[in-house]
Design a protein around this ligand. Structure first.
Ligand code: ZN
Length: 269
């Protein structure tokens, strides 16, 4: 099943789409919409109505619908208001944000107050009841979306957060907060979904050439190393044609480039 994502960006406004750039992406935060059987579009429109200034601040980048389709409310490069807090993470402390979030979702110098909104992407899940139970479609699409995002930003399934794990006090995503085994299962499924496919493994064998077959895998690091030194260029479209014969003319060019590289290295230029 391919992920079906539709962009329906919010109108820029101070309450749900402030237009601030994220400083980086350090985590993906999972939420529930806290409104059983409402659709992604319903919730997107709720964020949109916040522009009127009568219902406070709040938004998220993605909302996964009951049927597994996804609505994107904001570009990933922009900040959403989904994990901000001004309350202590637990009674009896003045610290907002849990110690873990404080340490890991912090773009400020150590010891300074973090602002996890500036380095996280928020995913809202729709659900069918007040326990937060999701449809199979919502679950699967959320796994897939989370896996894609984590890969895109060089993160792992350990960089998945529940809203509650960031702020401490909020009952969100309620299903996962109340069913820790389900949260563990969800993260495990995301980890599995992040594993590269066979086609991707073929590509990873060489960083620059997409046509090196399994039986010539041994040559890939050498080809990559020569590519990085400017000696081997392929056809300019990512093909090395590794089984094609090398003419004397091509050999002359390769050897000449290799000597040029070595001379440059020796002269320290
Ligand atoms: Zn939440």
């Amino acid at each position: 099943m391919d992920l079906r994502v539709q962009s329906d960006f919010l109108t820029p406004n101070p309450y749900s789409r402030p237009g601030t750039r994220l400083s980086c992406v350090k985590g993906i935060v999972i939420h529930w919409v806290a409104n059983p059987k409402s659709t992604a579009k319903n919730n997107r429109d709720f964020f949109e109505r916040r522009k009127l200034g009568k219902s406070g601040y709040g938004s998220a980048h993605y909302i996964v619908c009951l049927d597994g389709t996804v609505v994107q409310c904001l570009p990933e490069a922009e900040m959403a208001y989904h994990v901000g807090s001004s309350l202590p993470y637990k009674p009896g402390t003045t610290q907002i944000y849990t110690p873990e979030a404080w340490a890991r979702l912090n773009t400020n110098r150590s010891g300074q107050k973090p602002y996890p909104n500036n380095c996280t992407i928020g995913i809202e899940c729709t659900h069918i009841d007040w326990d937060g139970r999701m449809t199979k479609e919502t679950w699967r699409a959320t796994v897939k979306l989370a896996a894609q995002l984590l890969k895109r930003y060089g993160l792992t399934a350990n960089d998945l957060w529940l809203h509650k794990e960031v702020v401490g006090w909020k009952d969100c995503h309620r299903w996962f907060v109340n069913n820790p085994a389900e949260w563990a299962r969800f993260k495990a499924e995301v980890g599995t979904a992040m594993k590269p496919t066979r086609a991707e493994v073929m590509l990873i064998m060489s960083k620059y050439f997409k046509d090196i077959p399994k039986e010539m895998e041994w040559a890939a690091p050498h080809a990559d190393s020569l590519y990085e030194k400017g000696v081997l260029k392929g056809d300019g479209q990512g093909n090395l044609k590794p089984a094609d014969p090398l003419t004397r003319a091509e050999a002359a060019v390769l050897i000449d480039r290799a000597i040029e590289y070595v001379m440059k290295e020796l002269s320290g230029k």
